[in-house]
Design a protein around this ligand. Sequence first.
Ligand code: 2HG
Ligand code: ZN
Length: 460
Amino acid sequence: MADLIARLRDALGPAGLLTDAADLEPFAIDWRRIFPGRPACVARPASTDQVAAVVRLCREAGVAVVPQGGNTGLAGGAVPDASGRQVVLSLGRMTAIRAIDPVGLTMTVEAGCVLRLAQEAAGRAGRLLPVSFAAEGSAMVGGAIAANAGGLNVVRYGMTRGLVLGLEIVLADGTVVDGLRALRKDNAGYDWKQLFIGSEGTLGIVTAAVLRLVARPRHVATALLAVPDPAAALRLLTLAQEELGDSIQGFELISDTSLALVARHHGLASPVGAKGWHVLIEAASSLPGLREAAEGVLATALEREDATDGVLAESGQQAAALWALRESVTESEAREGRSVKHDVSVPITAIPAFLDEAGAVLAAGAPGTRVNAFGHMGDGNIHYNVLVEPAHDADAINRLVHGVVDRFGGSISAEHGIGQYRVAELARHKRPEEIALARRIKAALDPDGLLNPGKVLARS
Ligand code: 2HG
Ligand code: ZN
């Protein structure tokens, strides 16, 4: 290892390599602090060629590489194991925005650019980079792509995958593949970039991307409604779709438990009733009449008793305050104590029944747990997080909840990915042929198993 470290230092210069224990600490453990690791060192390349050099040197030494962006993931996908024999490759110095085309609606950005900085750069060009989630102030573009991040406006713009037009990748043998084409249509051969998006750094390392931008909508309407139950929230979704059409960009469900946690740990209170389920709806359009349409939705929902109260934000500041309620749930949950997270999706129509059945299964099978359910109802994605006491068995709770997910034909990871957290559960829930196919892809692209081993697929 000493020899590899010396070579890495030669290739990257002193600023490009961290070896002191105190410097390694932030790269060694995930945001939730549940997957502690111990890297041999942290390589911090400043260019694509340096990324390729790191990968080549590690490969020659037979040492695994763990790519890392902002380290905000919730599945332990970007941290090393505890062997002290893995090299973390941080993309944090590759921050350039290489180009913005406000007419063609694209931007070319390096993997280590913090998502919010990329959004702001698009904003200065009068355009919108739609991918958005609570961790965007620290998450990096490369990590969002590697994880195929979802977030708060998937209902309109789709997952990160839908915004990637081109990719630059470093393969496991150090080859740089430049696919940075800014094309809307490109059917020339296999669309290989799709393999890397969402593969969590197990097939190659994203170093730069061409992302799709959109025109910035002139009007935004943000409303928070108190609803009697998830079935009413579902009726509200249909109403909003009928009245607001494609302008809906967010449709979030928040349980009373989530709101209580946010009140306790962030001191934020809902303006529309202290108890019950809430729905946060956001719509945006450049056409006139959006506000009137949103007011109409609110009035109809109240009249039908699908909402018991509601507020339509009067200003950007008020809208931000409504979003703060939703975006503080994760941190509030972390402050409350230990939780077992489930990032599940089911067909949208099945959400109320899923919530009922999962609640009943947990009450019977894991008494004393509390459910903190919230999430992206418009996408069928619920964060069905379970607050537990030390005596509770996390694996057993996973199996109970995922069993219900299976019964509804759902997925055990809608947007957070598998990382190391869900490796065993993935193997249980995917068909053997799917796992075998995934292994063939992995073997073809990373025959020595040196890219982020133990993530997504169990070590073979
Ligand atoms: C969100 O939707 C994030 O806020 C985090 O995906 C969800 O804390 C979670 O489980
Ligand atoms: Zn989410």
